[in-house]
Design a protein around this ligand. Structure first.
Ligand SMILES: *[C@@H]1O[C@H](CO)[C@@H](O)[C@H](O)[C@H]1NC(C)=O
Ligand SMILES: *[C@@H]1O[C@H](CO)[C@@H](O)[C@H](O)[C@H]1NC(C)=O
Ligand SMILES: *[C@@H]1O[C@H](CO)[C@@H](O)[C@H](O)[C@H]1NC(C)=O
Ligand SMILES: *[C@@H]1O[C@H](CO)[C@@H](O)[C@H](O)[C@H]1NC(C)=O
Ligand SMILES: *[C@@H]1O[C@H](CO)[C@@H](O)[C@H](O)[C@H]1NC(C)=O
Ligand SMILES: *[C@@H]1O[C@H](CO)[C@@H](O)[C@H](O)[C@H]1NC(C)=O
Ligand SMILES: *[C@@H]1O[C@H](CO)[C@@H](O)[C@H](O)[C@H]1NC(C)=O
Ligand SMILES: [Fe+2]
Length: 450
């Protein structure tokens, strides 16, 4: 009896007096969250990863066979999350240079002291315009319920894609649980992003603490060999015959982080489009494709903006009263061919549309259309699940609420093919489109003004 109560007292004593056990992150310097992005030049590839402990070395060993005959050294930046724990992570960035276009490379990253990542591989971008560029495009993929992830991983490692465009919203949210959701998400995309460039733009789910985790962890290209940081909000790059522009629609909805960002971005995109339209540039990259999160047009019934034909009007037409900094006119004026959006957790293909009117081509809707083509592809899978559709709009060509992602092949200067994969239906292609253009440039209603 005495013994038993002694034990009981001992237990109670321990429960009352001992401090609660707080689980801590293991402090180790092994690389995690490894991912690739393109530089501005085909001879470059950027490797980015994170260590949770301070590791001062950022090294990539790589080579054309499974021996590493080259070594590149990079830089470290410190990311501090603004959650209660103020967690610190170390972001490592290494630029691989003088890659042979089209050549396959093997690599691992890390340091001699703390060890190395597993083996990864990638193919350097080709430096001509005469190859078929194959992309997977999607938005709104979370840490949980990321239904398309397994199929994307399988397709990526089978060599089906050259790159990914992730059209904003990831992890749901990166800052949750003191930034651990971001860590887990970045680790879960490693099986894709460690092998092909993972090009991104921000969505509303990245907004916490001024988009700080998103800005810290990606490495989108910017002139003068700088990567990441502000460039993650807006930037452009060329791949084969395509000029891709990624930008932020979120500047328009989180004004507390700085109104001037709207103006800076708009001016930058306008200048970028001017450059891209110089005859010598447009001859090499005839296709101009944009990606940004919140759509100009949508027909879902869960979202105030989509309930009205106007869509996300700040993005399409511009800020209230002044009616400036909207993208619909800018993109028509500079002959943008294709625009990817997400945010709605569904897939919608539109007829060529400008200013709330369909502008089909005369030989077929998508044969020399007189307006950009919009695709809303935000159904990769996340904890917020599906967004159902309302009534189709006059410009709605196809709607699907299946989980999945878009595949796009750009064949040459005239032929672009796009299809929607349904993960719900075992990878079945549920929609497809050929966009055929004999010429690229401003649409008819802008030709005089151009
Ligand atoms: C990393 O470098 C800093 C500054 O030189 C130094 O204070 C720190 O001890 C180093 N950390 C490790 C783990 O080597
Ligand atoms: C592509 O790269 C190869 C090897 O670096 C070089 O010889 C060739 O001139 C380049 N071609 C173009 C079109 O830049
Ligand atoms: C970070 O948190 C502090 C207080 O906890 C707050 O004052 C500050 O505005 C936050 N910073 C950002 C960028 O959200
Ligand atoms: C790149 O560097 C040059 C020379 O230092 C500078 O004039 C230019 O403004 C820089 N460009 C950007 C986009 O930072
Ligand atoms: C938010 O971050 C951007 C750069 O990414 C910076 O220009 C801006 O000043 C920041 N805003 C605030 C309120 O800190
Ligand atoms: C555009 O083309 C599609 C496909 O041929 C057709 O269904 C639709 O009605 C056309 N819209 C207009 C406004 O011509
Ligand atoms: C462009 O690619 C399409 C699809 O493969 C093909 O039918 C067409 O002939 C090609 N055009 C040229 C000019 O190579
Ligand atoms: Fe969103």
């Amino acid at each position: 009896m005495f013994v038993l109560s002694g034990v009981l007292i001992f237990i109670v004593f321990n429960i009352v007096l001992s401090k609660p056990v707080v689980p801590k992150d293991p402090i180790y310097g092994q690389p995690e969250q490894i991912h690739l992005s393109y530089g501005l030049d085909p001879s470059l590839m950027i490797v980015t990863w994170v260590t949770l402990a301070e590791v001062n070395d950022s090294i990539v060993e790589y080579g054309q066979l499974d021996s590493f005959d080259r070594r590149a050294i990079g830089s470290i930046s410190i990311f501090q999350d603004n959650g209660t724990e103020r967690r610190i992570e170390y972001v490592h960035r290494v630029v691989l240079r003088e890659l042979i276009p089209g050549q396959k490379y093997f690599y691992h990253c890390g340091s001699d002291v703390y060890g190395w990542s597993p083996l990864f591989w990638f193919t350097a971008m080709r430096n001509d315009s005469n190859f078929v560029v194959r992309m997977a495009v999607y938005g709104d993929m979370g840490k949980d319920n990321a239904q398309s992830m397994a199929r994307l991983q399988e397709e990526t490692q089978a060599g089906n894609f050259d790159l990914i465009l992730h059209v904003g919203d990831m992890a749901y949210d990166m800052n949750t649980d003191n930034a651990r959701f971001g860590d887990q998400y970045m680790n879960s995309i490693e099986s894709i992003a460690g092998y092909i460039p993972y090009m991104t733009c921000p969505g509303n789910h990245e907004n916490a603490y001024n988009f700080s985790q998103y800005v810290a962890k990606f490495s989108m290209p910017w002139p003068n060999n700088t990567y990441g940081g502000d460039a993650n909000h807006y930037y452009s790059f060329n791949v084969g015959p395509v000029h891709v522009i990624g930008f932020s629609t979120e500047f328009y909805y989180y004004l507390e982080y700085g109104f001037e960002q709207i103006i800076n971005q708009y001016k930058w995109i306008e200048e970028d489009l001017k450059q891209a339209n110089k005859p010598e540039n447009r001859a090499k990259q005839p296709w101009i494709v944009t990606m940004a999160h919140k759509p100009m047009y949508c027909s879902n019934n869960n979202d105030d903006e989509c309930l009205y034909a106007n869509g996300y009007i700040f993005i399409r037409v511009g800020l209230p009263f002044i009616q400036e900094f909207g993208f619909e006119d800018l993109f028509a004026k500079y002959g943008v061919d294709l625009e990817f959006w997400a945010h709605e957790h569904s897939y919608e293909r539109l007829w060529p549309v400008y200013n709330l009117r369909v502008h089909n081509g005369t030989k077929g809707a998508y044969i020399d259309p007189d307006a950009p083509v919009h695709i809303v592809t935000g159904s990769a899978g996340c904890s917020e699940r599906h967004d159902p559709f309302g009534v189709p709009r006059p410009w709605t060509a196809f709607q699907s609420d299946d989980y999945g992602y878009t595949r796009m092949n750009v064949y040459n200067s005239s032929h672009l093919y796009l299809e929607q994969v349904s993960d719900d239906q075992g990878g079945k292609v549920i929609d497809s489109m050929w966009l055929i253009k004999s010429q690229h440039g401003p649409y008819s209603y802008f030709k005089e003004k151009f």
